[in-house]
Design a protein around this ligand. Structure first.
Ligand SMILES: Cc1cc2nc3c(=O)[nH]c(=O)nc-3n(C[C@H](O)[C@H](O)[C@H](O)COP(=O)(O)O)c2cc1C
Length: 364
């Protein structure tokens, strides 16, 4: 039903303002029956930070900010869904328009600014699905007007520990002024210490919920040295690379739109985010798994991310341009690649190209 809806309505969606199209997509997933995708074949399964993922293709944060449709998305075939970013208190985000499609580039620019219904509403929805199958991570952030941003993260860890499969500490959105400063070594160390402390406090009865860090693709390589160093010292469970970029690649065709402020995602982010993934892989030295995000919209881009160092994948913009069917297409291509070689294991592909990629010239 949803895939038929997907095919028939693409043109209709395209005629809408991007934010209205998004709201309609959420409504459709909430109220229309979603047939369950066939079970994934065993070789697509991934074990990471104590969780068993049926397949490595996840939905990135920002689509289901308020945890309204996580189960429908899992039924569509995603191996995991990340809800949020959630902030302690509800907030409206930036003035509209704040979401733009760069159709000629298959890119998106957003400056939403953490619009969300707040922790209480999101928590209630996750409590309602508690015990249901499927991995649902919670991406957490600070309120824009918070006087103690680190405290916001710590409180959210305690609030969601019993219902989150894992946490993502988002310090990389470009749309909350100053948020990305939390990536600086000393502040990051303090943030992670308090977050992991909160995780320990809320552990009773729930086990230790994995904590991942989501970084910007725009950090310098010397910042990345520090970030990976701090993450290793504090023993985070993984790093997600990465969020949207404030850069504008020279090859962009939608030049007018590209001048909109905000974070760029989709195809034009692929090269930069894959380079940063490889750079993180060579620095992490296997200390924890990495999640590759940015411009995945096909089997080939998914495989390239794994070879650059990703154990798990996430996508968002690819679904805007290719529809929800892109998930099953990617999974079929991964399964075919495994049949062609790689000793039938995704694990044997991870990071194979990282060294080569880090030696290439910097993406323009
Ligand atoms: C409209 C939109 C909203 C987003 N909101 C969030 C968010 O709330 N938190 C977050 O960590 N990332 C957010 N992201 C970033 C995505 O999770 C992802 O990191 C980025 O879009 C790159 O992946 P993609 O090229 O597959 O879209 C958002 C992206 C888009 C396009």
């Amino acid at each position: 039903m949803i895939s038929l809806f997907d095919r028939l309505s693409r043109r209709f969606f395209w005629a809408l303002e991007p934010e209205d199209a998004h709201a309609l997509a959420i409504k459709a997933l909430r109220y229309m029956p979603v047939a369950k995708s066939p079970p994934d074949s065993a070789e697509l399964g991934v074990q990471a930070f104590g969780l068993n993922f049926p397949n490595p293709v996840g939905l990135a944060a920002g689509f289901d900010k308020n945890a309204q449709v996580a189960d429908a998305l899992l039924r569509l075939g995603f191996g995991f869904v990340e809800v949020g970013t959630v902030t302690p208190r509800a907030q409206a985000g930036n003035p509209k328009p704040r979401l733009f499609r760069l159709d000629a580039d298959h890119g998106v620019i957003n400056r939403l600014g953490f619009n969300n219904e707040g922790a209480e509403a999101v928590h209630a929805r996750l409590v309602a699905r508690k015990g249901a199958d499927g991995i649902v991570g919670v991406n957490i952030g600070a309120n824009r007007d918070s006087t103690d941003r680190i405290e916001d993260y710590a409180r959210l860890i305690e609030a969601f520990a019993a219902v989150a499969s894992y946490f993502t500490v988002n310090v990389s959105s470009p749309n909350t002024p100053g948020l990305r400063d939390l990536q600086q070594a000393k502040v990051l160390d303090d943030l992670l210490a308090r977050v992991l402390d909160a995780r320990e406090r809320s552990r009773a009865g729930t086990g230790a919920t994995p904590v991942l860090l989501k970084i910007a693709p725009d950090v310098t390589l010397s910042d990345l040295d520090d970030i990976v160093g701090v993450a290793r010292k504090r023993r985070v469970d993984g790093i997600i690379i990465g969020n949207t970029t404030v850069m504008r690649p020279t090859a962009l065709r939608a030049r007018e739109r590209a001048r909109e402020q905000g974070g760029l995602s989709g195809r034009p982010l692929f090269r930069l985010s894959t380079r940063m993934l490889a750079e993180t892989f060579v620095r992490a030295e296997g200390a924890f798994p990495l999640v590759g995000v940015g411009g995945i919209d096909s089997g080939a881009t998914a495989i390239a991310k794994i070879k650059a160092g990703a154990t798990l994948l996430q996508l968002y913009s690819g679904m805007v341009y290719r529809g929800v069917g892109v998930v099953n297409e990617i999974k079929a291509d991964l399964a075919a690649a495994l049949k062609r070689g790689y000793r039938n294991s995704l694990a044997s592909m991870i990071g194979n190209d990282a060294a080569t990629i880090t030696a290439e010239s910097w993406p323009a």
